[in-house]
Design a protein around this ligand. Sequence first.
Ligand SMILES: [Zn+2]
Length: 329
Amino acid sequence: MAQTPASRGSGLAVGIDVGGTKVAAGLVAADGTVVDYLRRETPAEESDAICDLIADTARELREAHGLRALPVGVGAAGLIDLDGVVRYAPNISWRGYPLRERLAARIDAPVRVHNDANVAAWGEYRAGAGVDARSTLLMLTIGTGVGGGLVVDDHLTTGAYGFGAEFGHIVLDEGGPRCNCGNRGDLEALASGSAIGRMAVEAAESGRVPEGSLLHGASPLTGKVVTIAAHDGDEIAREIIATAGFWLGVGIGSLINAIDPEIVVLGGGAMQAGELLLAPARAAAAERIMGGTRRPVPPIVSARLGDMAGLVGAGLLAMDDRPPASGRA
Ligand SMILES: [Zn+2]
């Protein structure tokens, strides 16, 4: 069983999830409970203004509860190195931005900065769907893109330089559609919310969407629209989600062979599709697990913390003060 939260230290931390449109900050307790919470719009074009805002939210939460220094953990989308430098962020203007250093200068407290899917994995491991896992959890966040997070031997594992666990960019079909990263046919290009939307557009353009379909004439044809139509029983929408689920399972099966996790947790907006996405993913994964009848096969389950996974994980990671397996951060 998992260690009890008390054995990993106690108290509170501030966890902050920095998105392209909002900054969400929470006061996180040792068991992962969010004691208090606030949200602000992200000034996405101004690098230092975002940093100021993050520092302000941390201060505001601390002061509202009469607390002094608290560890602060931040999760943000993008390539973040072990020194907390954001090498590249897809939705905001940080390019080689020393976020941890600048935040530490503004907040008189220890600060940790990680990729958003990595902190979400830690949140689910410590306080969500993976709370009973002993040491090893694989997480995929399936939204506009596909993010990844990995816990091995009870540590968040981010690789030699901090850029690991980008499972969205493992290539499954070299002749497949192009991903924003430049790859063709990687998991993100085949199974993300954007991929679901793209498949619907392609179906419409090729005349495969019949007039009676909920997708007929819908604009814009996004992953969300397809998911709603699929829940309403629309055949073509269900087919598209099942195709995304198939590729998701192909990727997960390979990742299970590589990592041997105890549990696979799937989060992100595309999980609104529920079993319509999960069932084909489970089936495709099961067919690809090496020696699947002779070994434990990990459950593939929905995340539990929803939108809060990132800030809960960031807060707990700061509180746990447990460096990633790669060592330095
Ligand atoms: Zn990619």
